[in-house]
Design a protein around this ligand. Structure first.
Ligand code: GDP
Ligand code: MN
Length: 380
């Protein structure tokens, strides 16, 4: 689960990592009151879970109430890479002498934690990695050993951080590492980590991804879940125990197993269509699950056709067929449905469906035929 910047900063604070004083605001009025509390100048920042907000006009400095009104008004409702801004973070603006980059993440192949530190912060780390890879000091950390201040001091020197920043940065990095490990993060990133002209080091941005496998020991994560800006269909699917991801195309896809779902996306693309979603009903899906899947897709106005691609293994095709019929009885499915049913109990499944087939509910013998038929409907 990704956190908003303001949540990431709150998370950092718990581990003693220095951030600027600030507050959230959902309206211009609230932005004004936070600005009055933290003191001018302030920086007004769009809270969306996507990087590059600065470049997209989602980060603005304000010196006065008028400027807060102008910028807060402009940023609320702004569309940044498909994310509409509903909330702002307003904090006391910092003077910046230097911008650095720091992060911890998992180095899976090497079974260690990976720290990345650079004196070239404030820009996308991918760009630094591409153009000047030597500017990133990588540190592999054995999880059984951890990161101590002495190691962090060598690391900040190696990365070429300014002398004035080194001692504080080393301490901050140890805290960030603790946050990453004890806070069960998949990623804890600070970009930029700044040195102010007064010689203070602190985090100006926060990007935190929590490891949801650890959520059982973090009841406090519930508050982050509450603000997760989820697609309503993704939410509905989650409630029904389905794996659903919304996409931009017009062919709704239901398949059993992530592998088959992905292959189905490929085949749909191959024959000139585009997927409206990725919906994996999993192994052992029964009639209820199938009916729920159809209901979820049915609420997507982009969908022009539903392609059901089932290769029965543990999942029994006759159960799937029953689910389709059950769904048709429960809700009026607006799109035509093309089915490819194969594998366990496919013969029984097709027999169950046979009396219900018509020009808007049809079966095809192979995945490719079914994809072609579905895409023909979608492109009509
Ligand atoms: P991002 O573009 O989504 O990564 O958003 P950031 O929070 O990193 O902000 C983008 C840029 O805005 C930073 O790299 C800074 O250059 C600038 N910025 C953010 N906060 C402040 C601030 O308090 N003072 C000043 N002077 N610049 C800031
Ligand atoms: Mn940033």
């Amino acid at each position: 689960m990704d956190l908003f910047e303001y949540q990431g900063k709150q998370y950092f604070s718990r581990f003693g990592i220095a951030v600027s004083p600030g507050g959230v605001a959902d309206t211009v009025e609230e932005a004004l009151s936070v600005a009055a509390r933290v003191g001018f100048p302030v920086v007004i920042k769009a809270q969306v879970k996507v990087g590059g907000r600065g470049k997209a006009g989602g980060v603005k400095l304000a010196d006065s109430e008028d400027e807060v009104r102008t910028h807060a008004g402009a940023i609320l409702g702004l569309d940044i890479k498909g994310h509409v801004v509903k909330r702002l973070w307003v904090e006391h603006a910092s003077d910046i002498a230097q911008e650095y980059y720091a992060s911890f993440t998992l180095d899976r192949p090497n079974k260690v934690h990976l720290g990345m530190l650079s004196a070239q912060g404030g820009v996308e780390i991918e760009v630094v990695a591409e153009e000047n890879p030597d500017a990133i000091a990588m540190l592999q950390i054995d999880p059984l050993v951890g990161l101590d201040v002495a190691t962090a001091r060598r690391w900040v020197a190696e990365a070429g951080l300014d002398e004035a920043a080194r001692a504080q940065a080393a301490e901050l990095l140890v805290k960030l590492y603790t946050c990453y490990v004890e806070g069960d993060c998949d990623l804890a990133e600070v970009n930029p980590l700044i040195l102010t002209p007064e010689g203070k080091v602190h985090a100006l941005d926060a990007k935190v991804t929590l490891d949801e496998n650890a959520s059982f020991r973090h009841p406090e994560w519930e508050e982050y879940r509450a603000t997760e800006t989820e697609d309503p269909r993704e939410k509905m699917a989650k409630e029904k125990g389905l794996n659903y991801i919304g996409l931009d195309g017009t062919v709704g896809i239901i398949a059993n197993g992530a592998g088959l779902a992905m292959s189905t996306l490929d085949v749909v693309n191959q024959v000139g269509g585009s997927a409206a979603n990725f919906l994996d009903i999993g192994g052992g899906a029964n009639a209820d699950v199938m009916a729920a899947a159809l209901e979820v897709i049915n609420t997507d106005p982009k969908v022009k056709v539903i392609f059901v691609n089932i290769f029965g293994g543990i999942t029994r095709v006759d159960e799937v067929a029953k689910g389709v019929i059950e769904a048709l009885g429960r809700v009026s499915i607006t799109s035509p449905i093309v089915l490819r049913l194969d594998g366990t109990n496919a013969v029984e499944g097709r027999a169950i469906l046979a009396p219900h087939l018509n020009d808007r509910l049809l079966t095809e013998p192979t995945m490719l035929d079914a994809a072609r038929r579905a895409v023909a409907f979608a492109n009509q």
